[in-house]
Design a protein around this ligand. Structure first.
Ligand code: GLU
Length: 877
């Protein structure tokens, strides 16, 4: 058949080529006969449609093998020698890198039409096939909108694994569990083994990525093993899924969804396809099976694009001269880069695949992907995704079974809601752009992003309206009438309301709310505490009063202990005249005055002339000096801390203190949930605040912004919701939140009472919460956008605290134990000395001890009669 086809094509072109026109040879490297024929048919059509053009294309298709790089090189080099100005193909990825390298070196534009997962593109390559990342963004959003939390990803080979890798983001961003399984053939060459494994798994949501050549076989075998039933949901990622026969899978019950970027049943496509099939001599009854594939569609649009660019270039530049190039030298074609860049920069509307645009990197951008679903009448389009807008309009998933006779909630898909908002930072704000924007584009903020995310999940459209008077909604208890955005919802002028809209029981009687998308409580916004100049007696700050008192007590006790020990210790009684061997009396250096002096000398680390000789006084001195060492070190360290931090004074620390004082005035936003909170609260301080607010209505503000301004410029505190306070203190560094939260509540989206959309919206809000999207948005609007985090560093102020007994108690304990131990020691010293004396002089020990003690307790005298014995006892140690 191929010979017949070639003959037919040669005849076709021989008749149409005119020798008077500039002829541009266009090379093609195809291993697919459909591509070869399509290439020639389209070029022939273009030449015939543009008879008055100054140039024409000569197709030069080359049959390139699928895998053989050497053959591919031979093909490219032959084409280059013949002077082609562009090369289409190859059809396969295997030889593509090799051909790209040659085309790049020779600067010959190369137009590719197959999947390529590489994340950079060569300079002369233009690939019309969208990058897998772009396509899988769509599948990612589809999975999110279907609410899947567990997915089995069935991939065919390494190339396929690379393609599906963007799905990993599902796990990172939305916590979706992904189980990757390779679609391997078993020993019998079938896929049943892996499909049986799948059957045993509890997961029923499957993403299948495989080539179109095996897709039908895989689905057939899946049906055979029994996993094409009601509880299974398949997403087929092959954009050619419509080309296989899906008829047998329509009735099994499994949901089969897929995507495409062109409609193979459109009139234009059928017409071209017919022509190709005629040349291929496909019998009329078999044509049904020859649906046009994406690569053919891209080839056709690519040739049109190429023709269009050459037409534009020749009209400006007169002539583009083709050249014969030799693969063996380093010469290149001088028009090549310009031509490749022109193709990439051209915004072209392809007759089959629609808009063809490239980004600076050479990747396709801004195109539509259609969402398909297999139904009994066949494959139908159920949604659409634009790669720029990233909005997926999708129907409710099939596996939500609706029982007969029950009423169902209407679907949000494709509905358009009017969303009313009230401008409040950072929930809804006007964009700070110089251009005059219109429609939804004018607004941005946390609330706007929440609505947008919900629209992506549920597939609805929305128009943002603005409540001009800035009133969220309050019930006038006299007239029993609501105002503000709540009123608009009640009157049906808006479908949803979103802003810092607090859910309250009163509002709940008028409208319905979704689950809260943010939690908060009322708090106080006030100026940051002001630093006060240090006091004259700031040197006392490092120790608490109790530590100072204990220090004094310790000093006195230790001094007295030394005095007593001095009297008790025999070695402290020394001769006043060291030269006299047997003095008549002895003196003691540790009088009470000397003891006090000795101890203070130690405390202030100055020492004294006094040198204790007895072991007990030396022991207590050692313990005292150790105590002093620790206390002085602690004092010095804490004093340094006190000198470096500023002392801050806060006029009030909580709502009770604020309610008690009269110097600082305060207020709330008029007609807001905060004002109503004080009105309805029974807590005495809240009542006090409310009475003040009622008597001084001028203290209340129109909005949060006015409140913030008053806090900054007056002696004024503003009651505000904590999330708003958090936002303000990030940007106004002189302001801070004072005290904790007065209550606990949330913001919700309001809608008409008994709205049928409430459940879906609430579920979607929960989903955003569970997937961390709301946290991400909060970080974006609080910490990143519009000067976020400006004050976060300075807001943490350092502080120093006086050391208390609990900090230094241990060292006091050591001191007192040491003193008691030394006191006992000195008593023993004295007893031992008397015992010795009594033994040598034959005296009564008890009598002598009693006398000695009686003398010791006579504190008045510091002079003692010398004992009859030798003075060796009193010698210094
Ligand atoms: N979120 C409040 C409301 O829904 C407005 C602010 C406030 O009262 O502090 O009315």
């Amino acid at each position: 058949m191929m010979e017949d086809v070639k003959y037919f094509i040669v005849l076709l072109f021989a008749s149409s080529i005119s020798p008077l026109k500039t002829q541009y040879r266009i090379g093609g490297l195809f291993n697919d006969v459909v591509h070869q024929v399509a290439f020639q048919v389209i070029i022939n059509d273009l030449n015939n449609e543009n008879l008055d053009s100054s140039f024409e294309f000569i197709p030069d298709p080359f049959n390139a093998s699928y895998f053989n790089s050497l053959e591919a090189r031979k093909g490219v080099c032959t084409l280059l020698e013949r002077g082609v100005i562009g090369i289409f193909g190859p059809s396969s990825l295997h030889t593509s890198n090799y051909i790209q390298a040659i085309c790049d070196q020779k600067e010959i534009p190369q137009v590719e039409i197959h999947y390529d997962s590489k994340i950079d593109r060569n300079k002369c390559v233009v690939n019309l096939h969208p990058h897998p990342n772009e396509i899988f963004q769509f599948f990612k959003h589809l999975i999110v909108s279907l609410g899947w939390d567990k997915v089995v990803v069935l991939f065919e080979d390494n190339e396929s694994l690379l393609r599906v890798s963007p799905l990993l983001e599902l796990n990172m961003e939305y916590g979706v569990d992904l189980i990757f399984k390779q679609l391997e053939k078993d020993s019998t060459g079938s896929y049943r083994q892996i499909l049986n494994i799948l059957k045993k798994m509890p997961e029923k949501n499957i993403i299948l990525d495989c080539s179109i050549n095996v897709l039908e076989e895989v689905l057939t075998q899946a049906q055979q093993v029994g996993i094409m039933t009601d509880d299974y949901y398949y997403i087929l990622t092959n954009l050619d899924m419509g080309a296989i026969n899906l008829e047998p899978f329509k009735y099994g019950g499994a949901n089969i969804t897929g995507a495409r970027i062109f409609d193979p049943k459109s009139e234009r496509v059928l017409e071209i396809n017919d022509k190709i099939l005629d040349i291929l001599r496909i019998p009329e009854e078999d044509k049904e099976m020859w649906t046009m594939r994406l690569s053919t569609a891209l080839l056709i649009d690519g040739i049109h694009l190429f023709y269009n660019v050459i037409k534009e270039m020749t009209s400006v530049q007169n002539e583009i001269r083709a050249e014969s190039l030799d693969c063996r030298d380093f010469n290149s074609w001088k028009f090549g880069y310009t031509l490749a860049n022109q193709i990439k920069g051209n915004d072209f509307h392809g007759a089959i695949t629609g808009s063809i645009k490239f980004d600076v990197e050479g990747f396709r951008r801004d195109f539509n992907i259609e969402l398909l679903e297999l139904t009994e009448p066949g494959l139908i389009k159920v949604g659409e995704w634009n790669t720029m807008k990233k909005v997926l309009h999708i129907k409710r998933p099939h596996n939500e079974v609706v029982e007969e006779g029950t009423t169902t909630e209407p679907n949000l898909f494709n509905r358009t809601f009017k969303v009313i908002t009230v401008l409040t930072d950072p929930y809804v704000m006007i964009k700070q752009l110089p251009d005059q924007l219109i429609g939804n584009d004018r607004y941005e903020g946390f609330g706007i992003d929440v609505i947008h995310e919900l629209s992506l999940l549920l597939g609805f459209n929305y128009t943002i309206l603005e409540q001009k008077d800035g009133v969220i909604g309050n019930l006038n208890r006299n007239t029993n009438q609501w105002n503000g955005a709540i009123r608009e919802i009640m009157d049906g002028n808006a479908d949803l309301a979103i802003t810092d809209l607090t859910i309250t029981s009163e509002r709940e009687t008028a409208v319905d709310f979704t689950m809260p998308f943010m939690n908060l409580g009322i708090s106080i916004l006030y100026r940051k505490p002001i630093p006060v100049p240090p006091s004259l007696f700031m040197f006392t700050s490092p120790f608490s009063t109790s530590v100072w008192v204990m220090l004094g007590v310790a000093y006195m006790l230790v001094s007295i202990a030394i005095f007593i020990m001095g009297r008790l210790s025999p070695s402290e009684w020394t001769s006043p005249f060291p030269c006299i061997e047997e003095p008549e009396y002895l003196i003691n250096q540790f009088s009470i005055r000397n003891s006090l002096w000795f101890t203070i000398g130690g405390l202030l680390q100055q020492g004294s002339e006094l040198a204790p000789t007895s072991i007990s006084i030396r022991t207590v001195s050692g313990v005292w000096w150790f105590f002093v060492l620790i206390m002085v070190a602690s004092y010095t360290a804490n004093l340094a801390a006190f000198l470096t931090v500023e002392t801050l004074v806060t006029p009030f620390k909580n709502i009770d203190e604020l309610a008690r004082q009269t110097d600082i005035s305060y207020g709330v936003k008029k007609n807001g949930a905060t004002e109503n909170f004080f009105r309805d609260s029974n807590v005495s301080s809240h009542r006090k605040i409310f009475n003040f607010l009622r008597e001084h209505p001028e203290m209340n503000t129109k909005d949060n912004e006015e409140g913030v301004m008053r806090v900054e410029n007056e002696n004024y505190a503003f009651f505000m919701e904590s999330t708003s306070v958090e936002y303000i203190v990030q940007r106004h560094c002189s302001l801070a939140q004072v005290g904790g939260l007065l209550d606990d509540k949330g913001y919700g989206i309001a809608m008409k009472k008994y709205s049928p959309y409430r459940n879906d919206l609430s579920t979607a809000v929960l989903k955003l919460q569970e997937t961390g999207k709301l946290t991400q948005l909060k970080i974006k609007w609080w910490k990143e956008k519009r000067g976020g985090s400006t004050c976060s560093v300075s807001s943490e102020s350092a502080s120093a605290e006086a050391l208390d007994l609990k900090n230094v108690g241990g060292v006091f304990l050591v001191l007192f134990l040491g003193a008691i131990f030394a006191l006992i020691g000195s008593f023993l010293e004295m007893a031992a000395s008397i015992y010795k004396r009594c033994k040598s002089s034959n005296l009564n020990f008890k009598e002598e001890l009693r006398k000695e003690l009686a003398f010791t307790l006579k504190f008045k005298t510091n002079v003692k009669e010398a004992p009859m014995k030798s003075i060796s006892d009193t010698k210094s140690i």
